[in-house]
Design a protein. Structure first.
Length: 220
């Protein structure tokens, strides 16, 4: 029955730890960041719902950051809910456990409506998560800003390979997203986990049902 104070919280899978000071949990790896005590309404209703395995951090100035573990996620088929966006974490995937990066921190814009992607790998991982949540317009925005430019890293190849599991998503906008991603990485020489000719054919057949924000340009 004796009272024990928590002084240190460790997350060994992520190589992260938080130290308690004056009632706050401060990150020992991300200096100046602490676990946020309150979550702004827009962050809770939009950003955190699409990143369910995340943790909200904040600095002393009130700027928020979303800490997201870099782990393989899977969207299982749910017969009772065909459009389910529930994700399952696959922590035991050996290829992903070898990643140097264990987590990403995305700074939240002051409007609380979007986040900044700190690296190309972080951007590609966010693209995967949003694709799994069927946020097709946001996937298109990320793909438009994504520039491969050079050879993809092993981590980025694993993310792209994992997107192949979304091949059963036959939504009209999903075809547009896969084509957009293919165009974004066309200079990297990486193997695509889907047939681009089939995606193009499906896109044309369903063009009338593709949303305005997911339409490809005439040049594309």
């Amino acid at each position: 029955g004796a009272y024990a104070e928590v002084s240190l919280v460790e997350l060994p899978r992520l190589n992260l730890s938080f130290q308690q000071s004056d009632g706050e949990l401060w990150s020992m790896e991300y200096k100046g960041l602490k676990v946020a005590k309150e979550t702004p309404a827009l962050v809770a209703s939009q950003l955190m719902q699409e990143l369910p395995h995340s943790l909200l951090l904040a600095d002393s100035n009130g700027t928020h950051f979303v800490l997201v573990p870099f782990v393989a996620t899977h969207r299982p088929q749910v017969l009772q809910d065909p459009l389910s966006c529930e994700l399952v974490l696959e922590r035991e995937q050996e290829a992903w456990r070898q990643h140097k990066n264990k987590a990403f921190t995305y700074e939240v814009h002051m409007s609380h409506t979007f986040v900044y992607t700190p690296t190309r790998t972080a951007a590609l991982y966010l693209m995967l998560l949003r694709f799994q949540h069927r946020l097709y317009a946001q996937v298109m925005q990320l793909a438009a800003a994504f520039t491969a430019g050079s050879k993809l890293s092993d981590e980025e190849r694993n993310i792209l390979r994992h997107m192949g599991y979304l091949g059963d998503d036959q939504h009209p906008d999903a075809h547009a997203c896969r084509i957009k991603i293919a165009l974004a990485i066309s200079d990297s020489g990486v193997w695509l986990p889907w047939r681009l000719d089939r995606e193009a054919a499906s896109y044309v057949c369903k063009l009338g049902h593709v949303s305005a924000l997911c339409r490809l340009s005439e040049k594309e």
